[in-house]
Every structure is written in C-alpha cells, then in structure tokens.
Write a protein that binds this ligand. Sequence first.
Ligand SMILES: N[C@@H](CCC(=O)N[C@@H](CS)C(=O)NCC(=O)O)C(=O)O
Length: 256
Amino acid sequence: MANNAAPLILYGVPFSQPVRAVMWLLLNKQLPFEMVLINPGSKGDNGSRNPTFLAKNPAGTIPCIEEPETGFTLGEAHAILGYLASKHGWHDLYPADPAQRAKVDWYLHYHHRNVRDASLGLVAPKIRKDLDIPQAMQDAARKTLTAALRTLETGWLANTTYLTGEQPSIADIAAYVEIGQLQPQFTNVYNFDEYPKVQQWLNNMQHLKGHDDVHVVLSELGDISVNAPSMDAIKNANKRALQTLKQRLAEISGSS
Ligand SMILES: N[C@@H](CCC(=O)N[C@@H](CS)C(=O)NCC(=O)O)C(=O)O
C-alpha cells in the first residue's frame, strides 16, 4: 500500500560514526527517510553550527532527525536509536523487557566516554586535519579505547555473542560504527590481535542487514594507516556512499 506521509529527515553525513548508526538502523528496518547533508562544525548555510541547524539541535552536532509532519526534532544518536526502535516496536533490536532494555541502555551510556574515543584518537586526526587535535589528546583517547576494548573482551562479550545477549541490538550498532571503522578492510588503524572475542563479534556484525551499504564510505576511502587521505579522496568516498544510499532509498520507497 502506498504511504504518502513525508519521510523522516536524517541530518548528517555518512562519514560521521553516530550518523552511520542511525542510517544502519533505518536501512536494516527498511524505513524510508531523506538524508539532508549537514557539514559538521561549519557555521555555513548547511553547517551544524549554523543558526538554522542549531534551532533543531542546540548542541550543533549530527545526527539529528526531524519528523516533517509534526516538526518534532531529536538529537543524540543513542536517543534517536532508542526513540525510533520504541516508536516502531523494533523489539528485536531494543527489547521491550525492562531489564533487557536497561542492559542495552547501559552500554549506550558507557559508550560515550569510552568506545567513542576511537574516533578522537585514531580517525579524526587523519580525516579532520583542520581540527588540529593535540598529540596528548590523541594518546589519551587511544588509551581510553584500549581500556574499553579490554572491557568488551573480558566483560560485555565474555559470555555472549553480542554485547547484551545472543541477538544484536542497537548497542551493537552504536559500538560497531566506532570500532568497526578501525578494521583492516576500512581505515586499518588498530591491531585487534589481543581481542579474539571482539574480532569474532566484528565478523558477526558484518552479517547484520545494512552493514555493507552503511560502510561504503569507509571501503571506498580504504587504508589511512600510513597516509592521511586527500580531500578529493574523502569527497569521492562520500559521493559513492551517497550514490549507494540514494539507490537503497529508491528501492525502499518503491517497495513500501
Ligand atoms: N553525542 C553525540 C555526538 C555527535 C558528534 O560528535 N557528531 C559530530 C560528527 S561525528 C559533529 O556533529 N561535530 C560537529 C561539531 O561538534 O561542531 C551523538 O552521539 O549524537
């Protein structure tokens, strides 16, 4: 049956880890959406620090979603993942049972000052040269990430296939967009040899529907471990990612 309601708007770019988490959930569940490109950190017309965008998300960060029918906006990737899963009853990825759901929330809160440092320490210094991230900050972030990976190896993934049980959840999606980007087939900036359970989990997550489409931006960019990519390479990776997304969104709206 045709659905004429204006689709959900997702503000962001595919290079952003938390934006990829939201894209992945939406593609996994085949929910039609429109991607509106927002340049993170820019005060320009389509920038996340422009007053127009700040009116939607006062934090000035992507992702942010907007429901055109009501004007409802929501920032923070994990709030968005939880909201969409609750709204659409995607209990396979965000359990209805309060205790199981709380475990997913537990990881989502833990993520911010721990796993999220993967980007600050290892990826942003190569991709966002303009940020000029001090070496001491990069070193501290790498240390935090290493401690977090040990915690995943010996805690979260010690007895279960996924972070909070035997099925993947939005916690795994949020974690993978950070940790997965470091793998050899993408940026290749971290050695996972000491973490066999994390490696197995990374392999399992690659089978979750939507993985390949969401990660086109990284497979296109390739290894950045030795040389930082050129601006053209970054633009090209983004372009290819958006072409793939456009194709998938056309398929989704054709079938809904
Ligand atoms: N806690 C936020 C973090 C989002 C975030 O860091 N977004 C970056 C892009 S990856 C951003 O918008 N940076 C622009 C800025 O801070 O001005 C979330 O999870 O949504």
